[in-house]
Design a protein around this ligand. Sequence first.
Ligand SMILES: Cc1cc2nc3c(=O)[nH]c(=O)nc-3n(C[C@H](O)[C@H](O)[C@H](O)COP(=O)(O)O)c2cc1C
Length: 201
Amino acid sequence: MNLWEALEKRRSIRKYKDTPVSKEVLLKLVDAAKLAPNNANVQPWEFVFITDAGLVSKVNEHIRMTMTEYWSKARVEELPEEKLKKIINSTTNLGPVPVYLLVCINTSAGKMREDYMKWNDMWNHYSTAAALDNLMLAAVEEGLGTCWLGVPSWNTDKLKEELAIPNEVDIISVTPIGYPDEDPAPRPRKATEEISHFNKW
Ligand SMILES: Cc1cc2nc3c(=O)[nH]c(=O)nc-3n(C[C@H](O)[C@H](O)[C@H](O)COP(=O)(O)O)c2cc1C
């Protein structure tokens, strides 16, 4: 598969087959992730794969809890109860998920320089986001689906404790990984001309 095919084929997948994903394939995804450009090559990323069924349920519960909080409290607009339930279910009721990947930043990375201390958080987020995008494209090549979930990066204290994730490591996003059990249509994008500027705005 060439790069353009992978770019065009990738979708956020929210329904997965129960088929397990081999450790070998998961490590291949990390091989792709770590090739991403990153701040001063400090490689602040860490990848925690959750494959144990009991722990997968715990992550699922965490996702449901944070999504519910987001949709019912953090959003500015008031949503009718029924609509709220529907949205929460559509984004949290992922069914069987063979693997969750917790994408993390090791905040101690790159702290050796004072100027990095000041900007560290932002650079590390940029770099790890770039790595996650690499990983998601490599997943397409392997026939796997993913779905970048930002909201579960909130309120992670309990989850981190359960998974023995150290204090200095932040979970910045979560993605299920598995063989897709849906084939969603591409989500619309703005026209290229509308978002492209040459020489001045
Ligand atoms: C930073 C970021 C955070 C996201 N957070 C969530 C999320 O919390 N829940 C969710 O269901 N999808 C989330 N998504 C997925 C987007 O909704 C999705 O990428 C977008 O609607 C475009 O659809 P596509 O990925 O199929 O092209 C997130 C994506 C990004 C890049």
